[in-house]
Design a protein around this ligand. Sequence first.
Ligand code: SF4
Ligand code: SF4
Length: 448
Amino acid sequence: MAKSKVYFAANGATNWAEAKAVKAKVLFYMAGLDKCIKPGDSVAIKIHNGEWNRSACLRPEDVATIVEEVKKCGGKPFVTDTTTLTYHLFNSRYDEIHALRGSYRHGFAPNSMQCPVVIADGWIGHDDVRVDIPDGNILKETYIGRALAGADVLINLAHAKGHPITSFGGCLKNIGIGAQSKRGKYVTHLSMWGDPSDAIGYPLVNGQNCGGKSCKWAKFCEQGCPEGAITITDDGIDFNYEKCRLCYSCQVTCMFTGESTIGFRDDYFPYAQIAMSDAAKGCLNLFDPDKVGYMAYIQDVSPECDCFPWAGIPIVPDVGIVAGKDIVAMDAAILDLIDKAPNYPGSRADALGLKPGDNKFLAVNLADPRIAVRAAQKINMGTMDYELETYEAILTPENMNYGQIEDEPTTLLLRKQYEKVGHVTKGQGVEPFKRAKFVEGAWKQFAK
Ligand code: SF4
Ligand code: SF4
């Protein structure tokens, strides 16, 4: 298989051409994402709209920038994400109305995106399309949000960050979990795999660690189960495996309050990554490969995912933007770029003393993030053998206006206004302000 191209622009700017939004627009065309779109095509721009109180999501401008280019290509964009399972007690995305409230609060709203913002799997996550994954490593079927499944073009616009279960969330996760409807997410979480008692597809319950009603979190883990599968007794826990659908709420409550009763088998994590890649393949099976493109912002790379209601200190400084047409090459390149980056001061990577080149998510989230990437490569989703082409933005008189709000300088537009209605008072320039006497060196009295 030939090497796949991944296009990269580094973080940082000192002039117009180096602005992040401008570089994102340039990469969109370098990677050939414009060629996915024919005039009139409906274009799903899949983002992670972020959990309530999550402060490390994509920024509205990161997405609006791409919406603008899709429109220039004649596409009809809509920004989309799906409902989720109840990942924690106060989950904000379990249904459409809450998912949209959170999305708008993050700035992913029709007025800022200048296009519809859609929850792809409907009111409560049941509006989906079943797809076969004949070559899946674990999964043989999944369910994709109907609005996303029905689009002509998919632009997978990911935020690169960590994840405590899949270790890393990039392009594979943005559709391997993010395009799945509710039952797609149940399947991807492996709730239908194996026998409940083996705890591969179900929570691992160490009942001997549970203090029962004397645990100060007891009512929360009971209330946190949407299926009513948990009863806390005077001296322990009664866990009903038949009711559980593996939403992660009870694990998150127990583990993140510092308790140790409900958790995961260690080998759940690699299997979850493999299933995620299978589910991503299920999503891509709905599209012609020529109609799918990828971009990712490697910024605010916190250890946990945008589905968490908080954001830890990023493990590396912002790295930049990547774009491409091969989902495997994209995630392989993103992981390499993160590994090469220095530690962010005060982060977990810093506390662990990691060196540039170390496998950062393996160290921080205790699972090798490339398991998902290798699993995706094995089922021919792409290749980890990639070539990184770096775009160096150089300011020239010809490109100075590229990506600006107007093609011509807005100073000229203002000049037209001044010529018509005057600056302050027509015919008087900045007068009649009274001029004050200038005293040489007056600022120095504030120097210390
Ligand atoms: S939070 Fe954990 S330890 Fe506390 S009652 Fe619930 S299961 Fe038991
Ligand atoms: S018992 Fe199952 S369904 Fe209930 S909160 Fe835990 S993982 Fe979710």
